[in-house]
Design a protein around this ligand. Structure first.
Ligand code: ADP
Ligand code: MG
Length: 703
């Protein structure tokens, strides 16, 4: 019998070419995809709320009939249409309005039965649902819908996110059809003992209950099983990768030596306890002949770079080359300049280390020259952007790869650089810390070190929130800072202003500020559309204190280190994510003087309010990250680049932490015991894994 994964949906009754295309757009190709297209939420249609019981601010599902409906144009915005309906059950009347969907007018008829779902507000003294979701109840005897009314009524009913043109009712019917006809051909790929150990429902039952749960309990059980299966499929490749890596022969570096000792001795400060303990963990890895894959987490300004430099020296003093990749040119250059300066100042053997900066703007000739030196082994340490990844760049003896701000790179990009050496050690750094337990499970193939304290003597950063009305107070603080000889950043979300979004842009505001609020000061402008040389020139001027104030875009977000900058103004702060705001704030408070982070914002949504509150309340990056995770949920938080997480359709690492841990333990148990997943009861699982992640075929399951 054909497997549900191999049967395209066009073989289903009622799915023609047009519908197939629509479904393809939401990632549904096969019958199995359809079964795995889970409801977004459920409605308990065994008991509807009574209109008489509706309260302002609550979210309800009601069943009602249309009493009257009408259509009008908005006064405030021309061309904006509003469709209104008054609906009633036996107990009362509630008003519903929809914006800019004029076709709804044709849809609704007086007497028509509707199911409505939405938030109840009070408007002009009466209760109203604005843009509620709705479903038209089929008239009896009419169309195909009538005979399967039990799918949509009198039970817990699934509600899906559907593309326009596909109705809830017809989708429910389709799911029901597939469940009825194809469930028996679906093989449960979870090994029996895994299921038994963790009290998991079998696959068929889970799929039935996730779509049409009999009660809340059975929905929960189905949710648990399907989440577990997702987590397991997500953890297996990580477990396999880690296993594989431990087998590989890597480099046993000379961790003790003159370069490292001289450098630490010449540092103008003492390493913090957290830096020392991270360093000890890394050192142990570097010493061992296995390949290091370590993630170094630490808040902005916690001093990761110094640690990275010391680790680099471990490789260099044994005759190996180091590649250090940063996500932006500005950052790569800054690292290069800082490190070169440190080495030069330290003198002795350190000043003889050969370093270079490789970026795409260096020009072809320069690149060729560097490329040759890298290949000849004349360069000990190369800093750069992803220009380092180009094919032409070949190292003579690459022994260590360092990747800064790893979240800015895709997983694929991250894997490329180590391939330029013979199993070099890899240190990955991130300033977007996440709670440790979560990190362990999400980066299951990496070992993790954390720098959880800032160097002593860091000045306080006062974070305050201003509105458009009160923003001049923020400017007063900024001017005061500049008069004291400090420097200021003002960040805008965009370069050019947008009338549609009603936001100001960096370019125009720079002009306005020059002759307005900041006319007594020296202003600079930096953004991504400037040529690289222009960007560097502006940064250099700012660093050399030839500028007092820098108007910028988020180009400042990562890593910029100017200790005399003490004031960061973030305009339209509601348009930035929490970790972005935190990164931006990290640009001040880096010297000795007390600093300010001034957020200017009209927070319109609950989410953006929560973000600004978190910023004012917390300085610590781990706290911020936890808040961010809570506000956005894991999918958004990790972005689409983190492999695996964007594949999670149902599992939620935050709320199902425990289940995720169990899945990880099972993944480790399975792979340690049977790394090729060759045993009989793992075969189905292996097949599923390869179906989900075909890219693992070549290097994963050979062992
Ligand atoms: P990160 O990369 O973690 O954001 P950096 O490595 O850029 O942080 O360090 C921020 C600043 O703190 C740098 O100017 C660095 O020289 C300084 N620094 C690092 N470690 C210490 C320390 N132990 N004591 C004092 N200053 C330090
Ligand atoms: Mg850094």
């Amino acid at each position: 019998m054909e497997k549900p994964n191999d049967i395209p949906i066009r073989y289903l009754k009622g799915v023609g070419p047009k519908r197939e295309k629509t479904f393809n757009k939401i990632g549904v190709y096969s019958i199995e995809d359809l079964l795995y297209y889970f409801p977004r939420r459920y409605e308990d249609r065994a008991q509807f709320s009574r209109i008489a019981d509706l309260k302002e601010g609550g979210v309800y599902t009601i069943k009602a009939n249309i009493v009257a409906r009408g259509q009008r144009r908005s006064f405030r915005r021309r061309g904006f249409s509003i469709v209104e309906a008054a609906v009633t059950d036996e107990t009362g009347i509630v008003y519903c309005i929809w914006f800019n969907q004029p076709y709804l007018h044709e849809y609704f008829k007086a007497g028509q039965g509707l199911i409505l779902y939405g938030k109840v507000e009070r408007y002009a003294g009466r209760l109203q649902m604005s843009s509620p979701e709705f479903e038209i109840i089929a008239d009896h005897g009419q169309e195909e819908g009538a005979q399967d009314e039990s799918l949509h009524m009198g039970r817990i009913v699934p509600v899906y996110s559907l593309p326009s043109g596909v109705g809830q009712r017809s989708f429910r019917r389709l799911i029901k059809l597939v469940l009825d006809e194809h469930l028996t051909s679906l093989n449960d790929f979870l090994p029996y003992d895994v299921r038994a150990r963790n009290n998991l429902l079998n696959l068929a039952k889970s799929l039935v209950n996730i779509h049409f749960p009999e009660n809340q309990e059975s929905q929960k059980e189905a949710y648990k099983r399907l989440s577990f299966e997702e987590f397991l499929l997500f953890q297996l490749p990580l477990a396999l990768r880690k296993l594989k890596r431990q087998e590989k022969n890597g480099i046993a570096h000379t961790v003790e030596g003159d370069l490292v000792n001289a450098f630490i001795k010449k540092l103008p400060f003492r390493l913090t306890a957290a830096q020392l303990s991270a360093l000890a963990e890394i050192k142990a890895d570097m010493y061992k002949p296995q390949v290091m894959q370590r993630l170094l987490q630490g808040d902005v300004g916690s001093g990761k770079t110094v640690v990275a430099v010391i680790v680099s020296l471990m490789a260099i003093q044994g005759g190996y080359q180091v590649a250090f990749m940063a996500p932006t040119e500005i950052l790569a250059r800054q690292h290069y300049e800082n490190i070169a300066q440190r080495f030069a100042m330290a003198g002795g053997a350190l000043s003889h280390i050969h370093m270079a900066l490789l970026t795409s703007s260096g020009g072809k000739r320069e690149k060729e020259r560097l490329s040759k030196q890298i290949n000849d082994g004349k360069l000990d340490m190369v800093l750069g952007t992803h220009a380092l990844l180009e094919e032409a760049i070949e190292f003579k003896s690459l022994g260590l790869v360092i990747i800064d701000e790893q979240h800015k790179f895709g997983v694929g990009q991250r894997a490329l650089l180590p391939k330029k050496g013979l199993n070099p050690d890899v240190l990955i750094m991130t300033a977007t810390p996440i709670p440790r337990t979560l990190a362990i499970t999400l980066y299951g193939d990496l070992d993790i070190s954390v720098i959880n304290e800032l160097p002593p003597g860091r000045p306080a950063i006062t974070t305050m929130h201003f509105t458009q009305m009160t923003k001049r107070s923020a400017y007063t603080i900024a001017r005061e800072q500049m008069r004291q000889g400090n420097q200021v950043y003002i960040v805008y979300p965009v370069i050019e202003e947008s009338y549609a979004l009603d936001i100001a842009g960096a370019k125009k505001m720079y002009e306005q500020f020059k002759s307005g609020d900041f006319k007594d000061f020296r202003l600079g402008l930096i953004h991504g559309k400037l040529k690289k040389e222009e960007q560097d020139a502006v940064m250099l001027k700012f660093r050399n204190k030839e500028l007092d104030l820098l108007v910028a875009t988020t180009i400042l977000e990562v890593g910029i280190d100017v200790p005399s900058a003490t004031c960061m103004i973030i305009q339209h702060a509601e348009r930035f994510g929490l970790s972005q705001l935190h990164q931006l704030r990290g640009r001040v408070g880096r010297g000795v003087n007390a600093s300010f982070c001034l957020l200017i914002s009209e927070a319109k949504t609950e989410e953006s309010k929560a973000r600004l509150e978190a910023m004012v309340k917390y300085r610590d990056g781990f706290h911020i990250a936890e808040e961010d995770l809570k506000i956005r949920g894991p999918g958004e938080f990790f972005g689409s680049r983190q492999h695996g997480l964007n594949e999670l359709k149902i599992g939620n690492p935050l709320t199902q932490m425990h289940l995720l841990k169990t899945a990880r333990e099972e993944a480790i148990r399975l792979t340690e015991h049977d790394p090729g997943l060759k045993e009989r009861n793992s075969l189905a699982l292996k097949e599923k894994l390869l179906q989900r992640f075909p890219e693992y075929k070549k290097f994963m399951l050979t062992g």
